[in-house]
Structure formats: structure tokens, C-alpha cells
Design a protein around this ligand. Structure first.
Ligand code: TXA
Ligand code: MG
Length: 367
């Protein structure tokens, strides 16, 4: 299959000509990658089980990992769900269209391939004008996971999608770099208490302001024991992983720089091609290794925006090992640290502020 790329030149108002072709492919049961405000999605008709099935094949995705159904408006969601809790209305008023996904009880319209065989369905109303228009023109809800090969970092540019999906899908809509850079916040509204299943740009404190108490899925607190499963099936996989070993270094930012320099010197002496994930503020403090800035420490938005593309750049550079700075894990930082920790397989080193600068605790929790 030849994968066509159509560049969307005008976004507001959005240029519809390429989108009509894309909508035709969706209606015909094919696959189209498209930009959303979070990451690029790989879309198919969510009501067509066979079409949704093709997504799993293109991504190499395990079939127990359900897809998010994207809708253009509130009316588009109604046929997909069995009931609408009061909290869904409140969250939709506050954050839709936008980077938030709600888990609700599904209706019989949702095929097994879309819901992964669960009784619930994930619904999102994206704000990106290309995504919005594509759903509208297709006239059906669009099932779309992130448009990466399973296990690779999520795509934040059309070039990333082409790397992973060339020859496997009909069309890529190139809407330029996405805005947010990390996937949507997932909130489960099917239990007694709303639960955060995946952190994103709609932060925990933003949710709490609307909902009051919000539970946090145990999977977000660290690796789970073998018999405990995260509520979002996809959160159990070692996602986002760069090809190289990635180790996070946590602690006071100054001491982190020193520790990374020590570790990089050791790695370089052992002939390992070594990468460093630094910030705009710190990048000149690393004399050795391949240094890339993930953004400004003073702007969490900039870090979320660059996170996945920096991981891909290190894949392209062919490094053996990457040391990364860490970030405070509140607000958007919760999403940033969740993605970095998962990319690292939870391998982190914590610099303990002691007189002895070599003192460290190695919190490797998972190999
Ligand atoms: O920002 C996003 O959400 C992007 C863009 C394209 O919209 N999509 C995305 O999809 O990140 P994906 O498939 O990469 O991640 C969806 C997550 C997975 O962890 C999946 O297990 C979870 O949502 N999920 C889907 N349906 C679910 C359900 N019924 N219950 C619990 N988790 C669910
Ligand atoms: Mg994904």
C-alpha cells in the first residue's frame, strides 16, 4: 500500500479539500492518521469492527487494548454510551473539546474491536480543528489510538507517523506539530468515585475542582505487583520506550547535573554512545555525551510538547544509554513524569543530598 500524505495548509478555518478525501477513506473502512491537540491519532470508523481491527494490525497492538472513540460534538457521543452520569456533563462543560477522555458504559453500537471486549468505552472530543472537521465530514465516530507502532513514542509530528506507518495505512493528514505533546487525560466515570487512569494536560487539580474527590489508579504510583492490573489496559505495557536504556536521575537539579555528568563519564569510558535529556537552562553544563534539551524547566508545557520527539531523536542517533533529568510531578508534571518513568521502565536513580556526593539510592524497580 502506498501511504499518501496531505498537508493541511490552513487550519483556522481548516482547508477542507484534503479532509474530504480522508473522510471518504474512513467511511470506506480504511485508515487515516490525523493530528489532534495531544498527539497524532490513527483513525478508523469506530462503528465498523473490521475497520477498527485494521488499527491493531497496523500498530502491532495487543487486541485487549481498547481504542478511544473520537466524536465531534455531544450528540455524536449519545448513541455510543448506555448512560450519562452527571459528572460526565460537568467535565464535558469544563474541558471538551479538549485533551480529556471519559470512560463510560458502552451501548451495543460499539463493536468488540473498538472496546477491546470491555463493557465500557473511551470517548474524547478533540479540539484540534483538523480532527474536529474530519470527524464531522466522516459522519461517524473515529476510533483512534496514538499513530505510533506499539511500544514506540507517540507521534507529535506527521514525520513521526510516516516513520512508523509508511506502507501500512492509506493516508496521513499533516497538520504540523501538535500542541500539547502528551496523550489525553483519562477519567473513569463508571465507578463510585471518578478515577484518574492516565494523567494529561487536564490535570488532577483541574479535575478535583469540578468533581471533588478523584481516585488515582494504582498503576500511576509505580510498577504493579504481578496480580494487579491497571484500569486502562494500555497502561500495563512498557510504552513510549526509546530503543536505548533510559535512566531518570531525580533530586535537587544542581546535584542531578553533577550525577549525570559522573554517570556519563563512566558510560563514555566504557565506549557507550550516551545521550542526555537536559533542559534549556542546563544543556550547557554537560561537557560529554549527546545533549538534547527537552524544553524549559520553567515551562512544563514546553517539556510536554518536546518529550516524545526527543525520545525519537535519540532513537535516530542510535545511542546505547540515555540519562535524563527529572521534573516535579504535580500538575502537567504528573503526565511528564508518568511518560518518562514508563519510558525508563521505572529505572531511576535518586541523588540523596548528603555530604558524600557519591551517595545515591538506586530505585530500579523493574528491569
Ligand atoms: O490523546 C489521546 O488520547 C490520543 C489521541 C489520538 O486522541 N489517543 C491515545 O490512544 O492516546 P491510545 O490508544 O494510545 O491510548 C488509549 C488508552 C489506552 O491506555 C487504553 O487502554 C485506554 O485508553 N482505554 C481505552 N478504552 C478504555 C476503557 N474502556 N477502559 C479503560 N481504559 C481504556
Ligand atoms: Mg498510545
Amino acid at each position: 500500500m502506498v501511504t499518501k500524505v496531505i498537508k493541511i495548509e490552513d487550519r483556522e478555518p481548516v482547508d477542507e479539500s484534503g479532509l474530504r478525501e480522508a473522510a471518504e477513506i474512513i467511511r470506506g473502512g480504511g485508515l487515516v492518521a490525523f493530528p489532534t491537540e495531544t498527539v497524532y491519532g490513527l483513525g478508523a470508523n469506530a462503528l465498523d469492527g473490521e475497520a477498527a481491527q485494521k488499527i491493531y494490525a497496523a500498530k502491532g497492538r495487543p487486541s485487549d487494548n481498547p481504542l478511544i472513540a473520537h466524536v465531534a460534538d455531544w450528540e455524536g457521543m449519545l448513541p455510543l454510551v448506555a448512560d450519562i452520569p452527571e459528572n460526565a456533563k460537568k467535565l464535558a462543560d469544563a474541558f471538551w473539546p479538549g485533551p480529556m477522555t471519559l470512560i463510560l458504559n458502552k451501548s451495543s453500537r460499539i463493536p468488540k474491536a473498538t472496546s477491546g471486549g470491555l463493557d465500557t468505552v473511551a470517548i474524547r472530543m478533540p479540539s484540534d480543528p483538523v480532527a474536529h472537521k474530519l470527524i464531522e465530514l466522516s459522519g461517524v465516530p473515529i476510533a483512534a489510538p496514538s499513530a505510533n507502532t506499539s511500544g514506540r513514542p507517540s507521534p507529535t509530528r506527521a514525520e513521526h507517523v510516516l516513520e512508523d506507518m509508511n506502507g501500512k495505512i492509506e493516508l496521513i493528514l499533516d497538520g504540523g506539530p501538535v500542541k500539547v505533546g502528551v496523550e489525553s487525560t483519562i477519567v473513569d466515570l463508571t465507578g463510585e468515585v471518578p478515577a484518574l487512569l492516565r494523567p494529561g494536560a487536564v490535570t488532577l487539580s483541574m479535575l478535583e475542582k469540578i468533581l471533588g474527590k478523584v481516585d488515582i489508579d494504582p498503576a500511576l504510583k509505580g510498577p504493579l505487583a504481578g496480580d494487579v492490573h491497571p484500569k486502562a489496559p494500555g497502561m500495563k505495557y512498557r510504552h513510549y520506550a526509546p530503543k536505548a536504556e533510559l535512566i531518570l536521575v531525580e533530586g535537587n537539579p544542581d546535584e542531578v547535573v553533577n550525577m549525570i555528568n559522573t554517570k556519563v563519564r563512566e558510560a563514555v569510558n566504557a565506549n557507550r554512545l550516551t545521550g542526555i535529556i537536559a533542559t534549556a537552562e542546563s544543556q550547557n553544563r554537560y561537557p560529554l555525551g549527546i545533549v538534547k534539551s527537552i524544553g524549559m524547566r520553567s515551562s512544563e508545557e514546553s517539556i510536554a510538547h518536546n518529550l516524545f520527539s526527543v525520545l525519537r531523536e535519540f532513537d535516530d542517533a542510535g545511542v546505547d544509554i540515555i540519562y535524563s533529568e527529572s521534573f516535579p510531578s504535580d500538575d502537567l508534571g504528573q503526565a511528564i513524569m508518568n511518560r518518562l518513568m514508563k519510558a525508563a521502565g521505572y529505572h531511576s536513580i535518586h541523588v540523596i543530598p548528603k555530604k558524600n556526593p557519591e551517595a545515591e539510592g538506586d530505585f530500579k524497580k523493574e528491569s
